[in-house]
Design a protein around this ligand. Sequence first.
Ligand SMILES: Cc1cc2nc3c(=O)[nH]c(=O)nc-3n(C[C@H](O)[C@H](O)[C@H](O)COP(=O)(O)O)c2cc1C
Ligand code: SF4
Length: 435
Amino acid sequence: MAHLQQSAIFTPGVVESIQHKAQTGLYEMRGFGTLRQRRWATFDDLTFLPCSLTRIPLEGYREKCSTKTLLGTRYAKKPIELDIPVMITGMSWGALSYNAKVALAKGAAAAGSSNTTGDGGMLQAERENSRTLIYEVLPSRYGINIHHMRMADAIELTIGQGAKPGTGGLLLGSKVSNRIAEQRDLPIGVDQRSPARHPDMLGPDDMIIKVEELREATDWQVPIFIKIGASRVFDDVKLAAKAGADVIVVDGMEGGTGASPSIFQEHTGIPTLGAVCEARLALEDCGLYGEVQLIIAGGIRDGVDAAKAIALGADAVYIGTAALIGLNCNKPLYLEDYEALGTAPYACHHCHTGRCPVGITTQDPELMQRLDIDAGAERIQNLLHAMTLEIQMLARSCGKSDVHHLEPEDMAALTMEASAICGIPLAGTRKVFGR
Ligand SMILES: Cc1cc2nc3c(=O)[nH]c(=O)nc-3n(C[C@H](O)[C@H](O)[C@H](O)COP(=O)(O)O)c2cc1C
Ligand code: SF4
């Protein structure tokens, strides 16, 4: 009946959001990352082209397919060597519970991979349980400590994140517990907003000095990563490479977060698929593709997404949200606690509240106990292992003895957008659209 039809512009969600702003005078803040309620091209718009007659596949059980991943070969005396190309991204102790941080470190180490600190600095237990630890240097400088930095296997200078490029972090007061307040030198229970930019960097030239400073601080031993939120990727990657980065991390629009304004998660930055393609073009343009390694992050869910990112030019991928899901995020347990948050399993994005029903994004001692460190670590190890098997399986089917040999030619585009973005022919044609 026409008189009951809902507006496609003022949908129930839009109506609710306008009324919430009218009632509170506040914009919406939440965790998790984009809910992607409109379409854009993603890794799902690509498909692999395994061997048939033109190429020969490798036998799964007899022929090796290497997953070794080398990062930081440009200047560092000690580049990082990982067993697999899937790494755990930087997530702050503050956004995450102690148990979650330690479980991630332990699980990543058992799988032969790395984990990363976050806004708020390093935990001793995190270092002790890591095999390869990447230490983030963020604009906030919360918890930053030169001694901890020197204990790390790589330094990541974070300029921005995909979920909130061009703005700073947020930790609601409910998560600023005694321990977090002490680590960050903040008052207990007060909302904390971290700065949008490094106080000592007003432009790309300052970044050159900053990278040099981090190298001096770590005696040129460990790789220096530069992490950017994907917006003007082509120019930003070239500037980061020029500043002397060994490794560049590009975090796309689908990137997860502990808390950020929802408009940033939905309406800023560019999607991960476009980000990896632009980043590769930028490195090729300055003759540094292969010399500066590329890590891609933002919405990577499984070995398929990871394999596609690698085929498009990434050396490795970071996972954040997928790792938290591996720790039981959004699992149907403790249903009454999801309900108390006004949500339900599979629809939860309430990390900012500090009341995570499964003990991951909370500082509440009782909730945190719901995440057992050893059981969580085992799930992370399993997840990383299974994702690596998926990447290997796809690589072998494309005839590759090393997952890093995957290339754009191993794929076809399923949509014209993906063809134009990736420079890959549309399936069923021999055409690259837009070229
Ligand atoms: C709970 C949570 C906390 C995060 N904290 C940080 C942080 O402290 N520093 C940072 O650079 N990025 C942080 N991020 C962003 C991740 O490092 C990464 O860029 C993003 O999660 C990648 O996207 P994915 O979650 O879809 O894998 C956080 C993400 C999540 C989910
Ligand atoms: S279950 Fe916990 S970690 Fe997952 S979205 Fe909800 S609050 Fe965040």
